[in-house]
Design a protein around this ligand. Structure first.
Ligand code: ADE
Ligand code: ZN
Length: 348
């Protein structure tokens, strides 16, 4: 990567929009826009306790992770049929394509649906059909990562894994999400060990609100390949050195961190510090319907607030492909596409 890339500051937003990128941290239930919540509620005869779309949107005023999760799980309760899961994923994939996302690894939370009596096949088949169609129809390759809800028990996670195994070829890995504080990674050590035996990729949310110790145990006990969020790692120099040495990617979500008050202002976000320390940070949208922006909004607002440069943009996009679970030939193809986009900007 060139250390300086001569792009005029006023053209940086255009470069950020145009550059090809992978999204590695998107909860599909967090892409459910209020309009679709009301449409699905009508389709399925579910009552939404808000007068209309605007009233629901006005409730998106969070103080921390838990205050968001309460409303996020309530929103997901309108999803009942396979077509609902397809429609939600398809809406996200269309927005991703518009942001020049060429590859997405999509989280889903089956327990929030199976606990309401929705069958595992209904969830996975609807999402998987959208992922399969996105390649030919939208030019976006997409795969699924099944997340365990960490506020539930180890046994519940094991049962969820068992229910999903007949559909093993429809998801590429497992993750760990939901309420972080009080639910350290070690609670799921045995589940993740079993997932490793099954050849599943492993990732986990750690260091979003929780301490650096949770990032250490996600690495050492869960043996994850990426850390979701991980922004609290900057409080621990030895952890920063470990993440840099092992090229463990952090899937950072700046607008999420702002809306959940992990950082008081976007200008205070530590993404530049993480990159400059040699960490493989990436930019992602987390729950874009709730946090006010999809992937390009995250890039553009973060760059504007923190003063990141075109060289950082290149690194972030390159990191997104390198940290993805696609094969090396595809990584090279996307890196070439990235180089071609940057070359266009340098020439003009
Ligand atoms: N589930 C959806 N979004 C999440 C987040 N930001 N942290 C933990 N769990 C989540
Ligand atoms: Zn997340």
């Amino acid at each position: 990567m060139p250390s300086t890339i001569p792009v005029a500051p006023d053209r940086l937003p255009q470069l950020l929009r145009r550059m090809p990128k992978a999204e590695l941290h998107i909860h599909i239930e967090g892409s459910l826009e209020p309009e679709l919540i009301f449409e699905l509620a009508g389709r399925n005869g579910v009552t939404v306790p808000y007068a209309d779309v605007d009233a629901l949107r006005r409730a998106y005023d969070f103080t921390d992770l838990q205050s968001f999760l309460d409303i996020y799980y309530a929103g997901a309760s309108v999803l009942r049929q396979e077509q609902d899961f397809f429609d939600m994923a398809w809406a996200y994939l269309q927005r991703a394509a518009a942001d020049n996302v060429v590859h997405a690894e999509i989280f889903f939370d089956p327990q929030t649906h199976t606990s309401r009596g929705v069958a595992m096949e209904t969830v996975i088949n609807g999402l998987h059909r959208a992922c399969t169609q996105a390649g030919p129809a939208l030019g976006v390759s997409a795969s699924l990562i099944l997340c365990f809800l960490r506020h539930l028990s180890e046994q519940d996670a094991f049962e969820t894994l068992e229910q999903a195994l007949p559909l093993r070829d429809r998801f590429i890995g497992v993750g760990l999400d939901s309420s972080e504080l009080g639910h350290p990674p070690e609670k799921f050590e045995r589940v993740f060990a079993r997932c490793g035996e099954l050849g599943l990729h492993r990732v986990a949310h750690a260091g979003e609100e929780g301490p650096p110790a949770y990032v250490w145990t996600a690495l050492d006990l869960l043996k994850v390949e990426r850390i979701d969020h991980g922004v609290q790692s900057s409080k621990d120099a030895a952890l920063m050195a470990r993440l840099a040495r092992d090229r463990i990617a952090l899937t950072v979500c700046p607008l999420s961190n702002l809306k959940l008050r992990v950082f008081p202002r976007l200008a205070d976000h530590n993404i530049g510090q993480l990159l400059d320390a040699g960490l493989a940070a990436t930019v992602n949208s987390d729950d874009p319907a709730y946090f006010g922006g999809y992937l390009n909004d995250n890039f553009i607002q973060t760059f504007e607030a923190t003063g990141l440069t075109a060289a950082h943009a290149y690194q972030l996009a390159k990191n997104s492909f390198d940290a993805s679970f696609i094969h090396d030939a595809m990584k090279r193809r996307y890196a070439d596409l990235l180089d071609a986009t940057f070359a266009q900007f340098e020439l003009r």
